[in-house]
Design a protein around this ligand. Structure first.
Ligand SMILES: *Cc1c(COP(=O)(O)O)cnc(C)c1O
Length: 222
C-alpha cells in the first residue's frame, strides 16, 4: 500500500462542503457539478480521481488538456483557461465544454465544431487583461453564440482579487439574468474555486471549478 497523501480525504471533505453549502442555500446538492481542475497535475492523479468517482475534469492549456482527454475519453472535459483563437478548433475536438468563450472571433472559430459554451465575463472592469467579456457586451455575444449554433450553457467568471467573492458572484448572476433575455436556455453558472466555492453556491453557481482544495498543491510549472 502506498502512503496516504490525503487525496481521497480532501475529495470527500470538499464534496461534503459543497452539499452543505447547497442545502444552506435551499438548493439540491445534485444540481451542482464539481469540476476538478487538474491543470499541471500528472495523469496518474486524474486516474485516481476517476477511480474515486470524479467524472468532470478541468484543464487550462492545450495540448496538455488534449493528451489527458485522450487518455480518459469517458470523462467529461472542461476547458477553463484562456483560449487562443488559432487553437479553438483543436480544443473543440476534445473539450465537451469550453468555459472561456469571451469574444466574437472565438465564437466564429469554434462554430464549425459546436461545443457547449460558457460566456466568460470579466468582473474586474478590465483590470487584469486575463480575459472575459465586458458585462455590457454579454447580451450581444450571447446572441452571436446562439447564431453560430453553439449550445450556450450560461455565464462564467473568476472572482476578482481583493473583492468580496459574494459581491462579485452577485454581479455575475445579474449578468446571467440579462443573458437569459436573449438565450433563455443559458441557465447554468460556472463560478467558484477552492477559496470561494461556498459563496458561489450561495449566488447560484451550477458548475464549480475546484483545483487545489481537492488535488493538493500544483506541481511547479515546467
Ligand atoms: C486554476 C483554475 C481554477 C481552479 O483554481 P483553484 O484555486 O486551484 O481551485 C478554476 N478556474 C480557472 C479558470 C482556473 O484557471
Amino acid at each position: 500500500m502506498t502512503e496516504d497523501d490525503g487525496l481521497e480525504g480532501r475529495l470527500q471533505q470538499v464534496r461534503g462542503r459543497v452539499a452543505d453549502a447547497a442545502r444552506a442555500a435551499g438548493r439540491d446538492p445534485g444540481e451542482v457539478v464539481t469540476i476538478v481542475v487538474t491543470k499541471f497535475q500528472p495523469l496518474a492523479l486524474i486516474e485516481r480521481l476517476a477511480a474515486l468517482g470524479v467524472t468532470d475534469f478541468g484543464e487550462s492549456r492545450h495540448p496538455e488538456a488534449r493528451d489527458k482527454a485522450a487518455a480518459l475519453p469517458d470523462a467529461t472535459w472542461h476547458f477553463v483557461g484562456q483560449l487562443q483563437t488559432n487553437k479553438a478548433r483543436q480544443v473543440a475536438r476534445y473539450a465537451d465544454v469550453i468555459h472561456s468563450v469571451d469574444r466574437a472571433v472565438l465564437v466564429d472559430a469554434l462554430a464549425p465544431v459546436p461545443t457547449s459554451a460558457f460566456l466568460e465575463i470579466d468582473l474586474t472592469g478590465g483590470a487584469t487583461g486575463r480575459g472575459g467579456a465586458a458585462p455590457d457586451d454579454a447580451e450581444g455575444l450571447a446572441q452571436r453564440i446562439l447564431e453560430a449554433g453553439l449550445p450556450l450553457l450560461g455565464v462564467m467568471a473568476v472572482a476578482p482579487q481583493g473583492e468580496e467573492p459574494a459581491r462579485a458572484f452577485a454581479r455575475l448572476a445579474a449578468v446571467g439574468e440579462r443573458v437569459r433575455r436573449v438565450a433563455p436556455g443559458a441557465t447554468a453558472m460556472s463560478a467558484g474555486m477552492s477559496g470561494d466555492f461556498e459563496a458561489a453556491i450561495a449566488a447560484g453557481a451550477t458548475h464549480l471549478r475546484i483545483g487545489v482544495a481537492i488535488t493538493g498543491p500544483r506541481p511547479p510549472v515546467r
